[in-house]
Ligand binder design. Structure first.
Ligand code: PXL
Length: 331
């Protein structure tokens, strides 16, 4: 006879893993079976009275201790790069390689392949702030990085959302121009970066083009880089990592100025490797190390090693338009 017996058997089956794979401790079972059933659950090894929630779900009390995870968390506020070499995708790969749990707030969708940005679709500023505020309320985020913010409204909204939270370290990568030369940021947004976002930053990571735009004059050699980093650090009252990769010498040298001290980071420059997303990967690696609690100069030293190794161990494929390259971030 169907009815009671039928449902009871199924509930006992469930407890023995018949309807639910081991480890899956939240399973839908029919609303009609709202009585208690008894069986041994392979996930919890308990003789379990199965009690249904009003939604018709069964929650089995677990003997397994639920510990709070201590994996550090970092959030990237960035654009989506369809080719996954830059933007939020690059950041997530980097966070994962460094053992950090990554969260994302997407600011825009970029249709691109390496070397060619086809179209940029900005997100509604409201959905950008909703992502950020929701995440910051829910997760213990230790570090945040900003990447491509696309337009002035989004920059303002991001700054507004970040001002509401505390206790994180912020890396601002002022992404303005892609490696391909494509302009990625509205000119009006640069004012807002300086007024609203830089004051919240632990570190700003401009490349030579971006620093030139911020300072109003070109930076042609290492001595000029030192002066520029110091000027920017004083101007914005925060640490500045000026990336000198575009100087095209035998070494890629970056200069950190925190006002109190200046420090160089150097690695061999690898010619002929046309990767994009190096800046994103670099700032994401710094944010990941900051999320783990590293001091800023050490975080940058680790990040520089990761980026250099990601370039050295790059991927390369043949395509209709020549070779395409991609970074390979790993520890
Ligand atoms: O590398 C700069 C950059 C950052 N963010 C996104 C991008 C790019 C370059 O194309 O697409 C989303």
């Amino acid at each position: 006879m169907p009815g009671r017996g039928h449902w009871q058997r199924r509930r006992v089956d469930f407890c023995n893993g018949g309807l639910s794979p081991p480890g899956d401790r939240l399973a839908k079972i029919p609303r009609r079976s709202q009585t208690l059933a008894v069986g041994t659950c392979p996930a919890t090894e308990m003789v379990c009275p199965v009690k249904l929630s009003s939604a018709g779900y069964c929650r089995i009390k677990s003997k397994i201790k639920r510990q709070t995870s201590d994996v550090p968390i970092a959030l990237t506020i960035a654009g989506s790069d369809s080719s996954a070499g830059a933007g939020a995708q690059a950041d997530l790969k980097t966070f994962t390689a460094l053992g950090v749990y990554g969260l994302t707030a997407i600011t825009c969708i970029v249709a691109e392949t390496p070397g060619k940005v086809s179209r940029i679709q900005p997100a509604d500023p409201e959905i950008v702030s909703e992502q950020i505020e929701l995440l910051l309320k829910s997760f213990p985020v230790a570090a945040i990085k900003t990447g491509l913010l696309c337009n002035a409204e989004i920059v303002a909204q991001v700054a507004r959302s970040l001002r509401k939270a505390k206790g994180y370290r912020l890396v601002v990568d002022p992404v303005m121009i892609a490696t391909s030369g494509d302009v990625l940021l509205e000119p009006e947004a640069i004012q807002l970066y300086q007024r609203d976002l830089f004051p919240l930053a632990t570190l700003i990571t401009p490349n030579l083009d971006e620093a030139t735009r911020l300072l109003g004059h070109p930076i042609r050699d290492l001595a000029a880089m030192h002066r520029a980093a110091r000027t920017l650090a004083t101007k914005y009252g925060t640490a500045v990592l000026l990336k000198g990769g575009h100087l095209r010498g035998p070494r890629a040298i970056d200069v950190l100025s925190s006002g109190a001290y200046t420090k160089e980071y150097s690695a061999a420059f690898l010619p002929g490797v046309k990767t994009h997303g190096t800046g994103c990967t670099y700032s994401a690696a710094i944010a990941a190390e900051l999320a783990k609690g590293a001091e800023l100069p050490c975080a940058i030293a680790v990040a520089k090693k990761i980026v250099s190794s990601a370039i050295r161990s790059h991927f390369v494929w043949k395509s209709g338009r020549g070779k395409i390259f991609a970074l390979n971030p790993r520890v």
